[in-house]
Design a protein around this ligand. Structure first.
Ligand SMILES: *Cc1c(COP(=O)(O)O)cnc(C)c1O
Length: 354
């Protein structure tokens, strides 16, 4: 007989992150990590384990100040969290409290529907068009809020600021969250719209362009009232979300603009030549402004390539989902890694062709 207490358990279907293989010497192109190490300034700053007996600064003051300076906004406009996943979860809880549905695309970051379910937020997912672009008119209707990444994940497609502004214009009564996890790889940030739209929240992360996925730092920038609301929720939950190493190393990373530019530009250059090589082999993909390509091939099934690559210890990402189940999301690694992947592909396609 079903136990009565089981009815008291919150039912959730959790997000499944990309695989983190245990074996060494794999080529890991499946979770959009940066192939380059964090800035030498981060590596140089030695931390003292003795300090760990003390709680960290609950206000994350130094990190917030460095981000405010960097983005030329007020301290009161910055919120930091344990990766942007933490910031986004907090933002869903804080800003999406309507009985009307929150809107986000059908093909997008697969954490959004998980949080919506977890927090019991109604939502709808207007389909992207056949080129994986947002149809802005889909966002003209009544809703409880809007959220999407720009560039989008897992497609890499970037929407121009005119599209973002148009969506903001039509949604001034709700909070609009733009998740800019990949903005540093060639996109144009919506931060410049903050002055005109106080309902805009821009979310960023140190995980991709700053090579610090393992440290867990994310942040949001918006109107001081939005940031205050996020702080109120955060302090009602856990005051000490950011650990001491994250607070200290985060500041160091922000200081090193030269290294940041060098590594992001290198990834963009690799993306360009790697993409050209893929096209020569018959792959196609939408233009990407992220550190990955979302590719498909007319004659070879994505799932089979994914499995064959894995046998060769090359990990890419495959989503067994409607509309995208013949695509692979390939993170841009070093030139060397991409060359090895191309060699694998050449062998694979030649093998299958005969
Ligand atoms: C990677 C990613 C995040 C989360 O990154 P964190 O490591 O939690 O900062 C958020 N949104 C999108 C679209 C992502 O791809």
């Amino acid at each position: 007989m079903a136990k009565e207490w089981k009815k008291q358990i919150r039912q959730v279907e959790p997000y499944t992150p990309g695989e983190q293989p245990k074996e060494k010497d794999v080529i890991k192109l499946n979770t959009n990590e940066n192939p380059y190490p964090p800035s030498p300034m981060v590596r140089k700053l030695l931390l003292h384990p003795d300090d760990l007996r003390l709680y960290p600064d609950p206000t994350a003051g130094a990190l917030i100040e460095s981000l405010a300076d960097y983005h030329k906004v007020k301290k009161e406009q910055v919120f930091v969290g344990v990766g942007s996943d933490d910031v986004l979860a907090m933002a869903f809880m804080t800003f999406f409290n309507s009985t009307k549905p929150v809107l986000f695309p059908d093909i997008t970051y697969s954490f959004y529907d998980v949080w919506a379910e977890l927090f019991r937020i109604p939502y709808e997912q207007p389909p992207l068009d056949s080129a994986f672009r947002i149809r802005k008119e889909d966002y003209y209707r009544e809703n409880g809020g809007v959220v999407f990444p720009n560039p989008n994940a897992p497609t890499g497609v970037f929407e121009r600021l005119e599209v973002i502004e148009d969506i903001l214009k039509h949604n001034q009564d709700v909070i609009v969250i733009i998740d800019e996890a990949y903005i540093d790889f060639g996109g144009v940030s919506a931060l410049s719209l903050l002055d005109r739209y106080e309902n805009l929240l821009v979310v960023r992360t140190f995980s991709k362009s700053r090579s610090m996925a393992g440290l867990r730092i994310g942040y949001a920038i918006g109107h001081p009232e939005l940031i205050q609301a996020l702080h109120d929720v955060k302090y009602s939950f856990n005051s000490y979300t950011m650990n001491r190493p994250a607070l200290e190393w985060g500041v160091e990373s922000v200081k090193d603009e030269t290294y940041f530019r060098k590594t992001t530009e290198r990834i963009i250059a690799t993306r360009t030549w790697f993409g050209e090589e893929l096209r020569k082999m018959g792959f196609s993909f939408p233009e990407s402004k992220a550190n990955f390509l979302f590719v498909t091939h007319e004659r070879f099934a994505a799932k089979d390539i994914f499995e064959a690559a894995k046998k060769e210890k090359i990990y890419v990402r495959y989503f067994d989902k409607p509309r995208i189940d013949n695509y692979l999301r390939i993170t841009i690694g070093t030139d060397e890694q991409m060359k090895l992947f191309l060699e694998f592909l050449k062998g694979y396609l030649a093998d299958k062709a005969c």
